[in-house]
Write a protein that binds this ligand. Structure first.
Ligand SMILES: O=C(O)COP(=O)(O)O
Ligand SMILES: [Mg+2]
Length: 237
């Protein structure tokens, strides 16, 4: 039987990427004559991706954004973001020690993120932690992405784990919905980029610091999960 696996979301869960994402966004929009956005206004939108941030900023400043312009600005945003990696992005407090605990107990670790695959790898490599993960699967790794449970199943398969022996950790409704749809227990962090309080979204546990995420907690969540029906064949890889 393969070892148990803990699957982390990236932005807002494992890594605090918001300052760099906002910096790149402001770089792009100020070049277009828009006003820069203060961090507190956009932090909650960071978890929805670059296009959503561009749309939000344009709408908030009464500017239209056609598809072509959006794609041009998105490309410029990504270019700026990658060029600065890792910038000020850092693992959240306690995240590295938490990963150490799970690694010491022989758990597999993986990343399941709606950040692009290449960006996720570049960032985790720049931070010196890419090697810790048996799989890093982004928005464009599979034909589906979170909240489709196939993204999570695919990540677990690639890492060599089993969905029946897995826990997910995330910061958003998307993560919680994904894990729920997969029948996998989910721990929500309340320090990420959710627009709504995570405790209202139905996670199995909420933590305010990685120190609270113990191997015992993860083990207990897996042991307590109800007996699952077989996952849909379309989600198998
Ligand atoms: O970049 C995004 O759209 C969200 O990324 P996440 O899934 O790691 O939170
Ligand atoms: Mg997230």
């Amino acid at each position: 039987m393969p070892p148990p696996i803990i699957v982390f979301d990236l932005d807002g869960t494992l890594i605090d990427t918001a300052p760099d994402l906002l910096d790149s966004l402001n770089h792009v929009i100020t070049a277009e004559g828009l006003a820069p956005v203060p961090p507190h206004e956009l932090r909650a939108h960071v978890g929805h991706g670059g296009r959503a941030m561009l749309q939000h900023v344009h709408a908030a400043q009464g500017r239209s954004l056609d598809e072509r312009t959006q794609e041009r600005l998105f490309d410029a945003f990504i270019d700026h973001y990658v060029a600065g990696m890792p910038g000020a992005s850092r693992p959240f407090d306690g995240a590295l020690a938490c990963m150490d605990r799970f690694a010491r107990q022989g758990w597999l670790m993986a990343v399941c993120t709606n950040k692009l695959d290449g960006l996720s790898r570049t960032l985790l490599t720049a931070l010196g932690i890419a090697d810790r993960f048996a799989a890093i699967c982004g928005a464009d790794t599979f034909a589906m992405r979170k909240p489709d449970p196939g993204h999570l199943f695919g990540t677990i398969d690639r890492a060599g784990g089993e969905a029946e022996n897995a826990v997910m950790v995330g910061d958003s409704r998307t993560d919680i919905d994904t894990a729920r749809a997969a029948g996998i227990p989910v721990v929500a962090v309340d320090f990420g980029y959710s627009t709504e309080p995570v405790k209202t979204l139905g996670p199995d546990r909420v933590i305010s610091h990685f120190d609270a995420l113990t191997v015992q907690m993860a083990r207990a969540l897996i042991d307590a999960r109800p007996v699952q029906t077989a996952r849909p064949a379309a989600s198998r890889r």
